[in-house]
Design a protein around this ligand. Sequence first.
Ligand code: ADP
Ligand code: MG
Length: 708
Amino acid sequence: MSNLIIERPENIFKLFSSLLNIDGVGEKKLKLLEKKIGPYIINLLFYLPIKTINRFQNTSLKDINHGEIITCEVEIIEVNIPNYNFKKKNNISKIVTFGINEEKSIRLDIVYFGQNTQYLKNIYKVGNRILISGKFESYNGLGQVVHPDYVVSNNTSNEIPKIEPVYPLFHGVNQKFIFKIMNQSIKKIPDVTEWLSHAVIEKYKFKNWQTSITKIHNPGNVKDTELNSIYRKRLAFDELVANQISMLLIKNKITKINNNLSPDNNSQIIEKLYKNLPFKLTENQSEVVNEIQKDIQNQKTMVRMLQGDVGSGKTIVALISMLHSISDGSQSVLLVPTEILALQHYNTIKKLLAPMNINVALLLGASRSNHNKKERTEVINSIANGHVKVIVGTHALISKNVTYKNLSLAVIDEQHKFGVKQRYEITQKGTNVNILVMTATPIPRSLALTAYGDMDMSIIKEKPIGRRHIKTYVLPQSKINEVLLSVERAIKNGALIYWVCPMIENSENEDLIAVNERFDFLTSFFPNIDISLVHGKQNQIDKEKAINDFKVGKSKILVATTVIEVGVDIPDATIMVIECAERFGLSQIHQLRGRVGRSNKESSCILLYKSQLSPIAYSRLKILKETDDGFKISENDLILRGPGEVLGSKQSGNIDFKFIDLHLHSDLIPAARDEAVNLLKNENQQYKVNTLLSIFENNDAIKLLKGG
Ligand code: ADP
Ligand code: MG
């Protein structure tokens, strides 16, 4: 379906009507909703409860525990409501009731503080029977409910939802409001034409979309609220199909038939490079190089993932591929997530290519660059006119003002730090860009499909020979003095040491405080030892100096934040200390640990944890002690922390799903992919494709397709 135009089919227009059409939503409320939820009914329908409260009626007051929700019928025995007094804000009203249906009467008090008492007097009258629902507390041996959530008369008992969804709140809206507008929105759901095939619906016993989305907000029983209920599963399946459609369409856009001449045979240059290398490629590396070379010389665009554990030697494979891809006028780029890594790759590559007369350039973001404006413009110009053939850089490489003479290969290093958007955008910088994405974190194929779509795979299975097992220690922070002593001893024996400081989630500033404090502490503890400091907020010059001093052994300790997590390659460093290791994902520690053990020298990694680690958290860390195998480690991350840890951050756009729980729904992925392939095959199904792409239009990949 190459000529697909993405447009909203008419029969779902109603889902895209403004929330202004809902009673209770005016301009002011709309502004609030727009910001947190979105402007349309569909956005509200996709605003999911975080939990549910069970309000099925309790048959008796006897078996209720403090703190539980109680829903029961009571008779009002006594009403003590003082006259309302503005000045006395702490008015206490107490209504004494007895449970109905009890053998022996059981008392339950209903209590209000400072409430408008006239209102209370209207609803509570001695002798009436009412239904209340709220949190039960046991107070001085008596049962009570303070400010019940619901008080209704017996014949309107259905006003209390049996299973009440609880939504995430934000300033200006409360549960009752969301509940009210949600119920109206549900009533506005149009009849949509089924887009899933009969076979799929039969296989999973799915209900239609309207029912499924309704049940998320109005569950009939506890089972309906589970992540693997047929309703939730159906919605997740739809989302997976939309995801797979977009992945297939993006791949179509990326892969073209190359009518250019195949790149020159650069074997002479590559021979020369081999001669300059301080090592010989492993057999495994050579195989992978051949696979990639074949792809590059093929007419069809390459979309390939190179997977190899940390330290397996992916960079050299990337460089050789880049050399295979340059020819008269055509260029290769290496896109990396951090400036430190960009600098490092640039320096390595420049050195290796110096004897070959190949121009290499480094491009960082304007504000970060140590080039002055003029120099930076020159770099950009020489990329545009084809003067440089090999380009290394950060996100700056895909910015609007950077154009290429003829980009033929883009290598994306540490791709889990990037999203589908960046991968796509770099391919749009040329008419026929081959892509090679490199990753150290192995992921199961089905998961890879959701984040990257279908790619050919190359795997480096073995590390270069001579590498030794990294000895890993898991120690409480209280042992820091012993660690310091052994660090001192190691430095006397010529070791270089990384010291990584606690990562505090979402708080770069606190990270900085921690890393600065540690730097000060270590500097005063080791007055005669040079120590460097590196973190993300430094400018390029300071960063480069810190890393370089460490690399050449001028400083012996490099205190760092997780900026060194990916890629940094200083083979002489042999000890890695990680503080508050319990805050990291296992794969992340494995990456960090991979900064050492890069030569044939014995290396070690010390994981310090804050005291009182739970047994589970401790056994997690112990996994790292037991294995060096990145695959086993990422499997454990998948089990313990979910796919987010493995696929990359939310910000990278790899996991911005609404209904899909990749852990729970991963078995649906192959079927969803087949469904997507079938839908795209048939021109008559365009409106179905369009419906799916429209209702999930907030997804990053779909936004891209729509040119957003
Ligand atoms: P990663 O796969 O983690 O990106 P690198 O490409 O940074 O690994 O390689 C790790 C280290 O191994 C580097 O210092 C590199 O020079 C070295 N290296 C790569 N290939 C070989 C090899 N075949 N023999 C010995 N050392 C190698
Ligand atoms: Mg690397």
